[in-house]
Design a protein around this ligand. Structure first.
Ligand code: AMP
Length: 197
């Protein structure tokens, strides 16, 4: 099993974020779960990768030629894949992974998280997606997503597929025990469609 971790290229303002990234990296290694991520050596991404590597875990980085050219790649990974574009990068990260976790981060992290979650909603894959809510960082986003359900732009069943946990072990348990239910977004248009493998 491998988990794709999206995380800030900054460490953020509070020490809780660094602690959470290190805890997640170490836990994945302890559990024999590979970590797939953006391949950077900076921010919470670098903290999670270093923590997994320190425990002997498998860490696969997927980085673009442009970022690699700016010496932003981690040099001590199990494997580093260098790809032409951001789209290639996200596709490969998703292909290599069985689930997705977003640590605190900025708009790059959000973009990656929402793409993975949208693909689950559309049935492109059936891999679970989670927010690691370290220090309550994602409380406001979770509240906003509830508002989106109330305003009928998101089905409650799809909202519930997004795991939100502040403890890494509970997060891993939720990912393992709550497979994504296949509920096509376009119920009225896709009669009889089969779930993705
Ligand atoms: P952000 O949350 O805006 O800091 O962006 C972090 C996300 O975007 C990560 O999950 C990475 O996949 C990607 N990213 C942004 N900056 C870099 C970088 N310097 N090196 C590697 N990946 C990056």
């Amino acid at each position: 099993m491998r988990i794709c971790v999206y995380a800030g290229s900054s460490v953020g303002a509070r020490p809780e974020y660094r602690v959470a990234a290190a805890e997640l990296g170490a836990l994945l290694a302890d559990e024999g779960i590979g970590l797939v991520y953006g391949g950077g050596n900076i921010g919470l991404m670098g903290v999670a990768a270093d923590a997994a590597l320190a425990k002997g875990g498998e860490v696969i980085g997927v980085i673009t030629e442009q970022l690699h050219g700016h010496n932003l790649s981690h040099t001590g990974l199990t494997r580093l894949e260098i790809v032409p574009t951001m789209h290639d990068r996200k596709a490969l990260m998703a292909d290599l992974s069985d689930a997705f976790v977003a640590l605190p981060g900025g708009i790059g992290t959000f973009e990656e998280l929402f793409e993975a979650w949208t693909w689950a909603q559309l049935g492109v894959h059936a891999k679970p997606v989670a927010l690691f809510n370290a220090g309550g960082f994602y409380d406001k986003l979770a509240g906003f997503l509830d508002h989106v359900v109330e305003e009928k732009f998101l089905k409650a069943v799809h909202r519930q597929t997004l795991v939100v946990e502040s403890d890494p072990r509970a997060l891993l348990k939720s990912l393992r025990e709550n497979p994504v239910p296949y509920v096509p977004k376009w119920l009225d248009k896709v009669a009889g469609e089969q779930p993705p493998k």
